[in-house]
Design a protein around this ligand. Sequence first.
Ligand SMILES: C[S@@+](CC[C@H](N)C(=O)[O-])C[C@H]1O[C@@H](n2cnc3c(N)ncnc32)[C@H](O)[C@@H]1O
Length: 308
Amino acid sequence: MTDWVDRVFCEDALAGMARIPDGSIDLILTDPPYNLGKDYGNASDQQSVDDYLAWTERWIDIALPKLKANGSLYIFLTWRFAPEIFVMLKKRLTMMNEIIWDRRVPSMGGSTRSFSSVHDTIGFFVKRKDYYFDLDAVRIPYDAATKKARSRSIFIGAKWLEVGYNPKDLWSVSRLHREHAERVDHPTQKPLEIIERMLKASCPPDGVVLDPFMGSGTTALAARRLGRRFVGFELNPDYCEVIQQRLAEPEAPVKKKAGAGRKKSPVVPAQAGTQVARAAKTQTNLGSRLRGNDEVEANTFTTEGSTP
Ligand SMILES: C[S@@+](CC[C@H](N)C(=O)[O-])C[C@H]1O[C@@H](n2cnc3c(N)ncnc32)[C@H](O)[C@@H]1O
């Protein structure tokens, strides 16, 4: 039974992940609440520290058995709780990278009693040594000037010069400001460019990615664009509608499945009796939560560095 694939369930992930068989997921890619007090129409980002860490450990222990033996996990965090959560994960998996997402926030005010924080912390973990990883799929091409500068005979034919370089662990990509073409109605939407890099590197074509905290559905949309399959959860029914709309956009190629019968909707609404989802619906006010992200910057990875 794979009726859980290519679906986003509008329900609590901690209960909903029971739908997914153990050992069936290639990649867990998730951006959980950071517990910084944001209003997602539920209290998930407004917990006491103890409750937040205990809740985090609970969903981690539900999610990890779903991974295949050669599977991986990426988790978005901030410096506030990354240390505690990395320790939790290091007891269960092998940590491969701490990736810094430099959000390219321009210098405009900020804190006066500490340094302004302009990065998110991403942990990359694997289950076993033979984990899936396709570096060639995410290499960054050298620009013409660099290639020309390396045109001495020792560089000619060098594979890495032709195929590009390893993106390294500092990813400099503008956050999605209010006017950005990609921006939808979710306060912490992540750029497709970042999610797509993770998918290309760590989820094989036609593999399945699990995102327990879908938000606006960036992981699902990226998976669909790249020919991967997805499964995920989102507690807030308004965000589920956003996901539904994003997945219905014509740019998202709908994969045809052999023997597929009637077309299923990718977003499964909350069951009538799902209290948490209904409570979330009554609390939400998306318009007022969309904060000002008013800088306009190119959404590109840096091209620093010159070695593979
Ligand atoms: C940081 S946001 C994810 C943003 C997403 N990466 C995107 O690009 O739009 C976290 C999301 O998790 C949802 N959430 C919180 N607790 C949840 C739970 N128990 N089950 C499912 N979703 C939950 C919140 O409503 C919120 O939309």
